[in-house]
Ligand binder design. Structure first.
Ligand SMILES: Nc1ncnc2c1ncn2[C@@H]1O[C@H](COP(=O)(O)OP(=O)(O)OP(=O)(O)O)[C@@H](O)[C@H]1O
Length: 268
């Protein structure tokens, strides 16, 4: 597979969708206050794939939890489509690293995917049909009757992705989603997410400590560092729409971007 220039709507994103201004977050208060994020700004265009990378413990999960409305920031604003985020929001769906805790073991995979759709006022047959369509989109056609514990880790994470897609959120927020699977499964899941992004045009914000993964997937890599953490660099990747685990990573622009990120992280 060769590198190509961007053609898909997803990789030609232009319209502003998400805006973060002055995001500040700390745990505890008074003498015990632990400042994690300080004055962080972030812009995400509709259909864009944004990776957020930074050293271990810098505050990546805290940032993603704030973006998803699960954690209230101490200061600053987060908006999606011009709407302020003040709590969990139907435009935002989250995929966590720990699929084994995010899927309900007593429900079949179809029920797991269909469950959050109850709040959308759909009948059971419609929910199940939507669940089956989204399971097929992640390569799990015909697997709806299986239980999560009958599936491999990679398959369970596919179910969690199908559940997020079925919810039809505008933004898919992913927190180290491939950190708990083996290397080959990780590559397969990365390529699955690229396909979903390209074909469905969904906006993705993915947090990872893996610089290669961040670059391979994204249109834009946001580097956070320092304590408290803030944005120290933003890199537009321009590797084209089609990504290939071997060729993209061998592209001289990939090596250049990787070196730039490593320098930024070393300097902070
Ligand atoms: N609920 C919490 N209460 C208090 N401190 C917390 C809480 N969650 C995280 N922290 C602290 O906030 C800091 C940032 O944690 P966070 O998990 O956001 O970082 P991270 O960059 O995602 O880390 P990693 O790369 O190891 O996953 C850490 O020092 C952590 O100990």
């Amino acid at each position: 597979m060769s590198l190509q220039t961007a053609h898909s709507p997803a990789r030609r994103a232009t319209e502003q969708l998400m805006q973060v201004r002055g995001l500040t977050m700390s745990y505890g208060s008074g003498a015990a206050e632990n400042k994690i994020l300080q004055d962080l700004d972030l812009d995400v265009r509709a259909g864009e794939f944004v990776s957020i990378v930074g050293p271990s413990g810098v505050g990546k999960t805290t940032l993603l939890r704030c973006l998803s409305g699960l954690l209230a920031p101490k200061a600053g604003t987060i908006s999606v489509g011009g709407q302020q985020i003040t709590g969990p929001h139907p435009d935002l769906a989250v995929v966590f690293q720990d699929y084994s805790r995010s899927l309900l073991p007593w429900m079949s995979t179809r029920e797991n995917v269909a469950f959050p759709l109850q709040g959308k006022g759909m009948g059971k047959a419609e929910r199940n049909a939507l669940a089956d369509r989204n399971l097929a989109a992640v390569g799990l056609a015909g697997q709806g009757d299986k239980y999560p514990w009958e599936m491999s880790g990679g398959m369970q994470q596919r179910v969690a992705i199908a559940r997020a897609l079925a919810y039809n959120a505008k933004v898919l927020l992913m927190d180290e989603p491939f950190a708990s699977v083996d290397a080959q499964t990780r590559f397969d899941l990365e390529d699955l997410v690229i396909d979903l992004h390209t074909n469905l045009g969904v906006t993705v914000i993915l947090v990872t400590h893996d610089i290669d993964e961040a670059l391979y997937l994204a249109d834009k890599v946001v580097v956070i560092a320092e304590k408290p953490a803030t944005v120290v660099d933003v890199i537009e990747t321009n590797f084209g729409e089609v990504r290939d685990q071997v060729e993209t990573k061998a592209d001289p622009r990939f090596a250049e971007a990787r070196a730039r990120i490593l320098h930024r992280l070393r300097d902070h």
